[in-house]
Ligand binder design. Structure first.
Ligand code: BEZ
Length: 219
């Protein structure tokens, strides 16, 4: 690995996802049009026909039903050619008994990977790392996770982040450490001393302290 340097080129949380046009296994897409107001998980993998990436693609396929239920579209990306993608997708479907129902970008010139900071030069100047961009229906990047080539992603965590982000938006709450779907959530802390006083007596929340209170989410 090279000497670490500061790199500010990746879009961050709260930024609009950069728009792009790209060739995919489902044809040419312009991201902003293809998105159609859906949540998107845009993810990169280092290379087709590699073992860890193959296990991840199988897991993305196993996650498809969950993603459909949450209104999330999957979009893969690597710097391999469209022919390599087609051959790999067919191989995965044949050997692993899954359907790769999402498009995969053939980012041969690294244009998309570089726009999203998926290429981390100290790791590799030619292959993307394992990035996951969680993009909401307005095109805003809401979370990013990044793993090195040698470590496959946690699909429990990817699903957990989607559930947490959508709950945060829907209910105006926050999710504590290790939160799992169905567990109590954090209510926003009071903003006045009077509210802080009332919080400790509020029967609708479990207040550990005036600034740390949880509540159950009713279905
Ligand atoms: C893999 O997917 O197995 C892999 C890809 C690039 C580097 C190391 C591992």
């Amino acid at each position: 690995m090279n000497e670490p340097t500061f790199n500010s080129s990746s879009p961050g949380l709260g930024d609009l996802a950069p728009d792009f046009e790209a060739q995919t296994t489902h044809g040419m897409i312009r991201f902003s049009e293809w998105q159609e107001g859906r949540w998107v998980i845009l993810f990169s993998h280092p290379a087709d026909f590699t073992p860890v990436c193959t296990t991840e693609f199988v897991e993305f396929c196993h996650s498809q039903e969950f993603m459909d239920a949450k209104g999330v579209a999957l979009l893969g990306c690597s710097v391999d050619s469209i022919y390599s993608h087609i051959a790999w997708v067919r191989d995965i479907e044949e050997k692993h008994g899954v359907k790769v129902g999402f498009p995969v970008i053939a980012d041969l010139d690294q244009a998309v990977s570089r726009k999203f900071g998926m290429i981390s030069e100290p790791t590799s100047a030619t292959a993307p790392v394992r990035s996951v961009f969680f993009i909401d229906g307005s095109g805003v990047i809401r979370a990013v996770i990044s793993y090195p080539p040698e470590v496959g992603r946690s699909f429990l965590e990817i699903r957990r982040v989607i559930e947490a982000l959508q709950l945060v938006d829907e209910k105006g709450v926050a999710c504590p450490a290790n939160w799992q779907s169905g567990e109590s959530v954090i209510v926003p802390p009071p903003k006045t001393t009077e509210e802080a006083e009332r919080r400790m007596e509020d029967p609708s929340v479990e207040a550990t302290d005036w600034y740390l209170a949880r509540k159950k989410i009713e279905d």
